[in-house]
Design a protein around this ligand. Structure first.
Ligand code: NAD
Length: 248
């Protein structure tokens, strides 16, 4: 018996990185997982490797039509949706004063609007079912700031604030909503941001009390807890999984 048996969960951006680890962990605990990603090949590939009840579905979180189609497909596959993990995210690092508004737009559309679109498509389903759980992946950049990530920090801060208000609005329907904030985590996104800057990467690792980057599995364990029946009385909370880099 797994604590996620008989539960179905949508994970966005689950083709690789943290989202993939979350999908694997939830499936290992018994959940039927909709592995969704804008990169359809990684979504279907990850779902095939997980096997069992996992299904790979294309979804671009910036596009409400694409999100609605994905949610419809997940409902057809599983009959119900018990969990939503908003993991899809993106960033481009650089000083704010030199940044391009076209990049602000992309950052906000993926990181903030993405969460709004999926929540508006899934939460009514959970309300009709009489319960559910939402876990949003924010960032420590939102909690403590991060040089070079001004607009991303703003978008993720928006995710944390949105989650708190959503949590208040839907608690009476038996739905909880919480945020998990990764610290620096060893993923393809992190590698691309620090490519060619080993000194900065090493300095960052030295600043982490546990002296290593987070592994996607570290995040997945915390997300699985929030998505599980063990966390039904927890809502509106924000937890950092950062090896102690931030203690907020
Ligand atoms: P990643 O780039 O390795 O994986 C992100 C996935 O999201 C990719 O598969 C990508 O295709 C998908 N994606 C991107 N745009 C999308 C869209 N419009 N619609 C659907 N899917 C989309 O990144 P990661 O490091 O695994 O990050 C996962 C989450 O954790 C993100 O929300 C990120 O902001 C957050 N985060 C990561 C770190 C870190 O150090 N890696 C730190 C703090 C927060």
């Amino acid at each position: 018996m797994g604590r996620m048996d008989d539960r179905s969960v949508i994970v966005t951006g689950a083709g690789r990185g943290i989202g993939r680890a979350i999908a694997e962990r939830l499936a290992a605990e018994g959940a039927a997982v909709a592995v969704t990603d804008v990169d359809e090949d990684t979504a279907t590939g990850t779902a095939a490797e997980i096997g069992g009840k996992a299904v790979g579905i294309h979804a671009d979180v910036t596009d409400p039509g694409s999100v609605r189609a994905m949610v419809q497909r997940a409902r057809e596959e599983f009959g119900r949706i018990d969990g939503l993990v908003n993991n899809a995210g993106w960033d481009k690092i650089g000083p704010f004063v030199d940044s391009d508004p076209a990049d602000w737009d992309r950052i906000i559309r993926i990181n903030l609007y993405g969460v709004l679109h999926t929540s508006q498509a899934v939460v009514p389903v959970m309300i009709a079912q009489g319960g559910g759980t939402v876990v949003n992946i924010a960032s420590d950049a939102a909690r403590v700031g991060s040089s070079g990530e001004a607009v991303y920090s703003a978008a993720k801060g928006g995710v944390i604030s949105f989650t708190k208000t959503l949590a208040r609005e839907v608690a009476r329907h038996g739905i909880n909503a919480n945020c998990v904030c990764p610290g620096p985590t060893d993923t393809p996104l992190f590698s691309s941001l620090f490519e060619g800057n080993d000194r900065l990467r090493d300095a960052l690792v030295k600043a982490i009390p546990f002296r290593r980057l987070a592994r996607p599995d570290d995040l997945a364990a915390t997300v699985a807890f929030f998505a599980s029946p063990d966390a039904t009385y927890l809502t509106g909370q924000t937890v950092s999984v950062s090896g102690g880099l931030s203690m907020v």
